[in-house]
Design a protein around this ligand. Sequence first.
Ligand code: THU
Length: 132
Amino acid sequence: MGEITDVYKVLFRKALRVSENAYSPYSGIAVGAALMTVHGKIFTGVNVENSSYGAGICAERTACVKAVSEGETEFKAIAVASPEGKMSPCGICRQFLYEFSPDMDVITGEDADHLECVRLSGLLPDGFRLEK
Ligand code: THU
C-alpha cells in the first residue's frame, strides 16, 4: 500500500466535504471525489443521478471530466469519500481514469484517519488503452 501523506488526507477531506453536493435522490448514497493533477491543482466531483438511472455519473468521472475540460489530463491522485463509508471506484471509473494516468494513486477509506492508498493500475490490472 502507498504512503498516506498529509496532502492525501487533505484531498480525502475535500472529497468528503464535496459529497454534500451529491445529487443522489434514488440511491441515497452521496459520494465525493477530489482529483489532484500532476501540477497540484484539485478538481472535485460528486455523483449525479438521473430519473433515467443509467444516465447517472459517478463522483470520480465528474471530477475527471471537469479537469479534462479545463485542460488538465495528467493526474497524481484521486480521493473518494462518502458518509456511508469506504467507497472504491467502480469498474467504469477505473477504466475512465486509466485512460489518463494508470499510475495515479487512489485514496479511499472510512475516514481521514483510516485511509488506504493503492495504484489505479493495481485496481485495474492489464487495463485497456488504445495507441494514440
Ligand atoms: N458511486 C460513485 O459516485 N462512486 C463510486 O465509487 C461508487 C458509486 C455512486 C453511483 C451512484 O450514484 C451511487 O454511488 C450508488 O451506486
